[in-house]
Write a protein that binds this ligand. Structure first.
Ligand code: UDP
Length: 245
């Protein structure tokens, strides 16, 4: 029974399986896509594989640049091996431009560049619809210590610097992204989850057509079509960049 994988958790876009080493897990990327807190659902053949490959490359790049992550290695084209961690129930969103929910909640004009990167913290809780938090609420709910929160914000800003520059080199504008963090067995805060076009916005600097520039999940959210083509384009640009290094 050594090789029998036990399903530990199934989320909207990923499945977590046990690993024979109890300190590791296997994360499998699904083809399922959801939006608007799973009110809208679909499947895109090949999405899981693309997100897995993109996540692996990005996590390797971040690791090489000093960012602690849960990523250990690629297992096959649609699953990775990662450290078993305790996930912190926060969705950490960083915005370089205003788009999506912030434009519904404020008077910011969609697409406008922010004076400086903005970090928005949401409570990772599907039943409550992932509400926006304040630092005082985080303290009240005892979700995480203020020191750990400050560290997460610092790491998030470093990730933004690294990825904004990286994506610019492959002609992509990093509009915003969502990260999740966890604590590993050693008590270290590490970047967890994934980094893929499912949870970031990437605009193609090679096109001025507003409908065509989104190479991310907005293709599904806004019924623009061509999601797999967009994710494939992101993966190809990343692979080509690293193979030319
Ligand atoms: N995001 C995510 N999961 C969520 C909510 C947002 O990955 O549950 C990502 C989203 O893809 C975008 C960024 O976080 O890159 C900011 O999303 P926003 O708050 O604008 O929410 P949206 O209106 O896109 O759902």
């Amino acid at each position: 029974m050594k090789n029998k994988l036990e399903l530990i958790y199934e989320g909207k876009a990923k499945k977590i399986f046990s690993h024979e080493d109890v300190e590791k897990v296997i994360i499998e990327f699904k083809d399922d896509a959801t939006a608007f807190n799973a009110l809208k659902k679909a499947q895109f053949k090949g999405k899981g594989e693309l997100n897995c490959l993109i996540t692996s490359k990005i996590f390797e790049f971040l690791h090489k640049n000093g960012i602690p992550t849960h990523f250990i290695g690629l297992r096959n084209n649609n699953s990775i091996i990662a450290q078993k961690i305790k996930i912190i129930p926060l969705e950490v969103v960083l915005r370089n431009r205003a788009y999506g929910s912030i434009c519904k909640q404020t008077t910011l004009i969609p697409g406008s560049l922010l004076k400086e990167p903005l970090i928005d913290l949401y409570f990772k809780n599907d039943e409550l619809n992932d509400p926006l938090l304040t630092k005082n609420r985080i303290r009240l709910l005892d979700i995480i210590s203020i020191e750990d929160l400050e560290l997460i914000e610092k790491i998030t800003l470093s990730i933004n610097k690294l990825l904004k520059d990286f994506f610019l080199k492959i002609n992509l504008d990093l509009v915003d992204f969502k990260l999740e963090f966890g604590k590993n067995k050693q008590g270290q805060i590490v970047l967890a989850d994934e980094f893929s076009p499912d949870n970031c916005r990437l605009w193609d600097l090679n096109t001025i057509d507003v409908k065509m520039r989104s190479l991310d999940k907005d293709r599904f959210r806004n019924d623009l079509g061509g999601l797999i083509e967009a994710y494939t384009e992101i993966n190809n640009r990343i692979v080509n960049f690293f193979s030319s290094q």
